[in-house]
Design a protein around this ligand. Sequence first.
Ligand SMILES: C[S@@+](CC[C@H](N)C(=O)[O-])C[C@H]1O[C@@H](n2cnc3c(N)ncnc32)[C@H](O)[C@@H]1O
Length: 257
Amino acid sequence: MEVSSTQPKQRWDAELYEARHGFVWHFGESLVELLDPKPGERILDLGCGPGHLTYRIAEHGASVVGLDASPEMIGQARQNFPTVHFVLQDAASMAFDDEFDAVFSNATLHWILDATAVAKAMFSALRKGGRVVAEFGGRGNVRTVETAINAVIEKYSGSPAVSRRFYPSVGQYAAILEGAGFELRFAHLFDRPTPLEGEHGMENWIRQFSGFYFEALPADVRQQALNEAVERVRPTLFRDGEWFADYRRLRIIAVKI
Ligand SMILES: C[S@@+](CC[C@H](N)C(=O)[O-])C[C@H]1O[C@@H](n2cnc3c(N)ncnc32)[C@H](O)[C@@H]1O
């Protein structure tokens, strides 16, 4: 699928995310272990969403700031965790300077198409010796789902879908981090088939994370097109009564030297 050359505006349904997609932050808990936050450390949670992992980091005694570009997500985060500091800001244009011991990010970096800008912004936000610990969609992430969506969008609109996500390989992302000045200490691309909740798990997933493809279609065919995408992936991604998304994650640790 072709990737958009400009960053389109995102709209997040924080309620659907809280109700059905808690797996995102549950999987992210092992990333907090990898971060290993220490009391007193200053940590930025980049793309904090509704704040569950930000709060986890705060529980370790670190001084944490949750940053997100979505007003809906920041509103939800402030409601969930009133004692934690959250800021509404775009990570690609954030302007912190030598302020943090670590930047943590779960399930966010693939949403930011200007990966070079965000790598530079993370570098600038860290003090010397500071680390980035992040996980996000890597090369081949949700390929089965995106292939089905692409076919359906092309059928109903006459032109191929344009992706708004960047799923890099290890090599591609290493070059971006090194270009920003980081030393890459760890990188792992791995399959993580992800169970989705309930009989409408795939439909909910598509609505939450890929609804924008369908919003471009005439209103009277949207639901039909969505149903068709779900049926296309059913033979591969519905197994023993359960839906799975074919996630591939890229986990990295990089240090500002
Ligand atoms: C899948 S959610 C992950 C949220 C959270 N990290 C978690 O584990 O639950 C992705 C988040 O990235 C945020 N995001 C996407 N692009 C962003 C940007 N340019 N700057 C800051 N946040 C962004 C979205 O608003 C959304 O809250």
